[in-house]
Write a protein that binds this ligand. Structure first.
Ligand code: ADP
Ligand code: MG
Length: 246
């Protein structure tokens, strides 16, 4: 479904050259749940952002269902509708209340009518546990609840591929369950998920494959069981042991 080849991103900051992403290659099959893990600064977010061109890769290609989306002639917005994305830092329209923020994509991008969009938005807000914040404005919400609203919005568009960058990082531990259930149910429907997350709950359940990144590179990847039980690199073993026992 997605074929990523030699994807690289170089940042030039003054005299310093940062290889945020260094020849990363990966194939993601339809219906797969892929978890990207690794130390902070290893390029996980850059990788996800380059996947739907929120960040223009310096080199490499991303072929999404046969189309190289790094080709400048491709209409990336058409593809972004099929690839939903949630970031660590939530982005919401400040002049719209929470439910309007969730509804707007369904109406503008999917042509849904207002009543249906409203119903679906309410259901999603209830699932992530912030139905009571429907009429509030983003600035009135905590970082965690804003994050929950962006998650509801991403799901509202029923993307075939969901890219999630640490979706539950700012979320209160007691609210995490709702999001995890939403993500799991979505994966079980046969959708494709590429997620940066160190959540034990997700690694232990729906995750099919684990990608370990370090210094912009994919150091090792493989089926979850293999990565947990017999990875090739000692550091992968250590990292996963720490994650799964903490
Ligand atoms: P991770 O998500 O694994 O913590 P990131 O992808 O955020 O890692 O960052 C990888 C590297 O790229 C880091 O060294 C980071 O400082 C650098 N980096 C990320 N985004 C930018 C940017 N917009 N400008 C300059 N450097 C960046
Ligand atoms: Mg990150």
């Amino acid at each position: 479904m997605i074929a990523i080849t030699n994807l690289s991103k170089i940042y030039q900051i003054g005299d310093e050259t940062v290889h945020a992403l260094d020849h990363a290659s990966l194939h993601v099959s339809e219906g797969e749940f892929v978890s990207i893990i690794g130390p902070s600064g290893s390029g996980k977010s850059t990788f996800l952002r380059c996947l739907n061109l929120l960040e223009m890769p310096t080199a490499g290609s991303v072929v999404f269902e046969g189309t190289d989306i790094t080709d400048p002639h491709v209409n990336i917005n058409k593809h972004r509708q099929r690839m939903g994305m949630v970031f660590v830092k939530p982005v919401l329209f400040s002049h719209l209340n929470i439910i309007e923020n969730v509804m707007i994509g369904m109406m503008d991008l999917k042509g849904m009518n207002k009543e249906n969009a409203y119903e679906k938005a309410r259901t999603l807000l209830a699932k992530v546990g912030i139905a009571d914040k429907a009429e509030a404005y983003p600035e009135q919400l905590s970082a965690g609840k804003k994050q929950l609203a962006t998650i509801a919005r991403a799901f509202s568009l029923d993307p075939e591929v969901l890219l999630l960058d640490e979706p539950t990082t700012n979320v209160d531990p007691i609210m995490k369950g709702g999001v995890e259930t939403l993500i799991k149910d979505y994966a079980k429907l046969g959708n494709t998920v590429v997620i940066v997350s160190h959540e034990k709950e997700l690694l232990n359940s729906v995750c099919d494959r684990i990608i370990y990144m370090k210094a912009g590179r994919i150091i090792e990847e493989g089926p979850k069981e293999k990565m947990i039980n017999c990875p090739e690199h000692a550091e992968v073993k250590e990292f996963l042991e720490l994650l799964l026992t903490s």
